[in-house]
Ligand binder design. Structure first.
Ligand SMILES: C[S@@+](CC[C@H](N)C(=O)[O-])C[C@H]1O[C@@H](n2cnc3c(N)ncnc32)[C@H](O)[C@@H]1O
Length: 315
């Protein structure tokens, strides 16, 4: 290399190192920031902040969760609830309120073929694993369309699968074709970051919530109540009861819960009511707007002490 060019590249490296050293990591793990290296290169964060409430420790980010998590702080999250696209919006039909309706949920839910879908699953699960604390855990919900790919990807990445929860929906819609058994379950996989993790589980509380008996892995919980959709509908909204059980079982007060595919932020609503910190990520503005309405209502409920959960406090 000519001497002049050599000096120039040395100078560039020194400048980058100086910049990187100036970039202090924020203390608050809620600060999803571009990594030190990215900052040194002057790259912009791959998201916009849609909602930020530092007092309540709640943040909503708009962007692609893989890009965001790949630049977020490593080992910073206590628990992740991931409700990814199920890749089932491919022109099928289902039954809603007694009527035949299209199963299509949106562009984000279209299948790209088994291999591409699995590649996507591997990418986001890897990004999640990096940000989980050593003893952190992840929950992932899905139907037959993706859950086997998720389970396989978890094994490929070295996650430790702790449980497969069968969520049984007692109010599942009937099967219109009459050529299959009626679908009435979803699987929620619970896994620890790796084989060495010492995961947290509130065994006693789960037992208490189950009339003093060990809680099993079949959970009978209805699809979201209409009251939970009063601010608008998300096509794959989860019930708060499901998230309540998940959050209470696997986190402590003050823990940070991450929801990389937040949709209407059901996880955020429960996290707020249960005094956990929350970061939600979604690509769609429309769902983030719905999330804000639900989140602000949850904050108001908590502040006015209007929140009473019979399932836990009425034991
Ligand atoms: C199954 S829904 C989540 C529903 C949510 N649990 C609720 O209760 O409302 C999946 C969400 O992921 C979002 N999404 C899809 N791909 C994404 C990506 N790469 N990054 C961030 N969000 C994504 C979609 O816009 C959709 O709202």
């Amino acid at each position: 290399m000519p001497k002049k060019m050599h000096n120039k590249s040395m100078l560039k490296t020194v400048m980058k190192q100086k910049k990187a050293a100036m970039y202090k990591l924020p203390e608050n793990p809620l600060e999803f920031y571009i990594s030190e290296e990215a900052a040194a290169y002057g790259r912009k964060p791959p998201f916009t902040i849609h909602y930020d409430n530092p007092e309540q420790s709640v943040k909503l980010l708009k962007g692609d969760c893989i890009e965001i998590l790949n630049q977020a702080r490593e080992n910073s999250v206590d628990m992740i609830f991931a409700d990814p696209p199920y890749f089932l919006s491919n022109g099928g039909i289902t039954c809603h309120a007694g009527k035949m309706v299209s199963v299509n949920k949106g562009k984000w839910d279209k299948s790209k073929g088994v291999e591409k879908n699995h590649k996507f699953t591997l990418e986001w699960l890897k990004a999640c694993q990096r940000v989980l604390k050593p003893n952190g855990t992840i929950w992932v919900s899905g139907t037959t369309h993706i859950i086997y790919s998720i389970g396989f990807a978890m094994q490929e990445l070295g996650y430790k699968i702790l449980n497969d929860i069968i969520w049984y929906k007692r109010n599942a819609p009937p099967n219109l074709s009459c050529r299959y058994f009626t679908h009435s379950t979803e699987i929620v996989l619970w896994a620890a970051k790796n084989q060495k993790s010492k995961h947290y589980f509130d065994y006693q509380l789960m037992r208490k919530m189950n009339q003093g008996k060990q809680m099993r892995n079949v959970w009978e919980i209805s699809a979201p109540l209409s009251e939970e959709k009063r601010f608008g509908k998300h096509p794959t909204q989860k019930p708060t009861e499901l998230l309540s059980r998940i959050i209470l079982a696997s986190t402590k007060e003050g823990d940070l819960v991450l929801d990389p595919f937040c949709g209407s932020s059901t996880t955020g609503v429960v996290a707020i009511l249960r005094n956990r910190k929350y970061v939600g990520i979604d690509l769609e503005e429309e769902y983030l707007k719905l999330s804000v309405k639900r989140i602000e209502e949850a904050i108001a409920k908590k502040e006015t002490k209007l929140f009473v959960d019979e399932k836990v406090s009425g034991l």
